[in-house]
Design a binder for this molecule. Structure first.
Ligand code: PNS
Length: 160
């Protein structure tokens, strides 16, 4: 069985992420969407909330699992017999840093990273921008599943 991991912060999951999940799920026997915990990064949603949202919006793909990890991604790969890391590339500007991480991860563990070009309709999409737009009342309804948008608007309201 060939297992891949699609790591990220997912704060929150967007339609851009889901496009990659769907395409990766057709290439691998199993895709683990892993919420990577970075204690230095302030997030709007807790790890549990992010995982719950991911579970909800990926339920349609039976070979997709949700997990979380604190530490190096390559250690997750080693412990869970992961053969490939999947990353979405939105634009050339993503490439430099992603290439550096891919080469470091390969050097550390031998695990390869597969870059998947983002669907052009999502090439500008980032969770951070979605949060900023929603904070000021902008319409993000085409960028997120409806249930995630609801939770985002609710959370931003609670913070006000
Ligand atoms: O959604 P993000 O925040 O852009 O995802 C970045 C992430 C979590 C995939 C990246 O920071 C990562 O892999 N972190 C795990 C820690 C790690 O392995 N660092 C060394 C990378 S070479």
């Amino acid at each position: 069985m060939t297992r891949a991991v699609y790591p990220g912060s997912y704060d929150p999951v967007t339609n851009g992420h889901l496009d990659i999940v769907e395409r990766a799920s057709s290439l691998f026997d199993e895709v683990v969407v892993a919420v990577l915990i970075n204690k230095n990064k302030k997030t709007l949603f807790s790890v549990e909330e992010r995982m719950e949202m991911l579970r909800e919006v990926t339920a349609q793909w039976p070979n997709v699992r949700i997990d979380s990890w604190h530490g190096l991604l390559v250690d997750y790969c080693r412990e869970h017999d992961v053969r490939a890391i999947v990353k979405g590339l939105r634009a050339v500007s993503d490439y430099d840093y992603e290439l550096q991480m891919a080469q470091m991860n390969h050097q550390l563990s031998g695990v390869d990273t597969l870059f998947m070009p983002t669907n052009p309709i999502y090439s500008y999409l980032a969770s951070s921008l979605v949060k900023e737009v929603a904070t000021y009342g902008g319409d993000v309804s085409t960028l997120l599943p409806a249930s995630i948008e609801q939770r985002l608007v609710q959370r931003l309201g609670e913070k006000r």
